[in-house]
Write a protein that binds this ligand. Structure first.
Ligand code: ADP
Ligand code: MG
Length: 156
């Protein structure tokens, strides 16, 4: 079952092309690695698929009920993000928030989903720890658990 199809994508900024002729599709269950040197356009491709950046040419098609909001994205961390003053649990739960809707408290289901994803990533015992005091690898796990909370339960 095809979920996503990119055809003849051309990526760039302000009229300057970074990569072109990018065509591929992603099927359910696929594990796809996008490999390239620093600055070759991997993050730009992800930002374009997520709708955060506009492609210079080509098309992106979402299929089989798969949507942009079905994607969980774990970006590279900036130095400022590494020092974020919140607990692990708060950060993972925040992945459940829907940006189209204001929500002040988490539901029981959202708390459960956050707990499940923390267990999946082996960080349940760090739930109350301060994110800024974790190791780099532990922080990555926290952000991955958060991204899993944001995938809108598509595969579960
Ligand atoms: N916001 C931006 N404005 C202009 N150029 C950018 C911007 N972001 C990235 N670039 C440039 O686009 C190219 C690809 O960057 P990027 O997609 O981040 O590469 P990668 O993730 O493969 O390391 C680089 O040359 C980078 O300098
Ligand atoms: Mg990158």
């Amino acid at each position: 079952m095809t979920l996503l199809k990119c055809e003849n994508l051309e990526l760039g900024y302000e009229g300057r092309t970074i990569a072109k002729d990018i065509s591929f599709s992603v099927d359910s269950g696929d594990y796809l690695c996008i490999v390239g040197e620093n600055g070759s356009g991997k993050s730009t491709l992800m930002k374009t698929i997520l709708g955060l950046h506009k492609a210079m040419a080509g098309t992106i098609t979402f299929c089989s009920g798969f949507k942009q909001t079905s994607i969980g994205y774990l970006p590279q961390q900036t130095v400022v993000q590494r020092d974020f003053p919140a607990s692990v649990e708060e950060i993972v739960r925040s992945g459940c928030l829907n940006h189209q809707r204001l929500q002040l408290l988490y539901t029981k289901e959202q708390k459960g989903l956050a707990r499940d994803n923390m267990e999946k990533l082996g960080i349940a015992d760090l739930a109350k720890s301060s994110y800024r005091e974790l190791s780099g690898g532990q922080q990555q796990r926290v952000l991955l658990a958060r991204a899993l909370c944001a995938t809108r339960s598509y595969f579960y």
